[in-house]
Design a protein around this ligand. Sequence first.
Ligand SMILES: [Zn+2]
Length: 265
Amino acid sequence: MLIDTHAHLDEDQIAPILADVVQRASQAGVTSIVTVGTTADSSARCVELSHAYEAVFAAVGIQPNYCGQASATDWDSIVRLASGGQAVALGETGLDRHWDFTAFDVQQDYFERHLRLSHQLDLPFIVHMRDCDEDVLAMLEQARRRNPLRGVMHSFTGSIDTARRCLELGLHISFAGMVTYRKSEMLREIARAIPDDRILIETDSPYLSPHPHRGQRPNEPALIVHTAACLAEVRRVDLATFSQQTSENARKLFRIPDSKPDGID
Ligand SMILES: [Zn+2]
């Protein structure tokens, strides 16, 4: 039993073949998938998918690289979707200095909005952090001074020091396919050191398929078994135990029920 805590099932590469993708996930033992919004429209589609598929749950938010295109009504629809009890998380949010699609102060404004909304609605947040660890940590540390944090650093590729500081802030850390790559020895060392109750796994589908499917496009939730197997070996636990640990962590963080209450589907 596995939970993919981060996929983009609404993206063009996956949406047309989604029924097959969800079925293959189920056959691979993936019981739940969190599909994560990147814009207001994408978030609305994620919520629709969560209604269409028993195994799918939605996160709603505006990804930092898309904040520059967002309008005031876009943010209003994120708040509305998040307030309606249809989303299990806010995201993805965060900061990105790798791409230059959105002015950095605009990214910071939206990150702050997601963090405040997370506390207000008691929903966890999902953080995207690329080439800006200190900027992200500074905002998280400031938010932590206001209230406890509930969230996850998604597709973690930062340093051991960043990982420690995120754990001190109360956050979870999620690993994607990159941890399985031959050259990711440092990342595997970090993954080994994450406490049992704070580690999560994800595919970040349709991006970056895990070894031995590296290069396969699109990546899909069924392939999470390879990431799980790699991390179980790194952490010297058997796969069943590791799968159970990470699934329990995901269920607690996102409050994913064993089965959806009647009326949601
Ligand atoms: Zn993502």
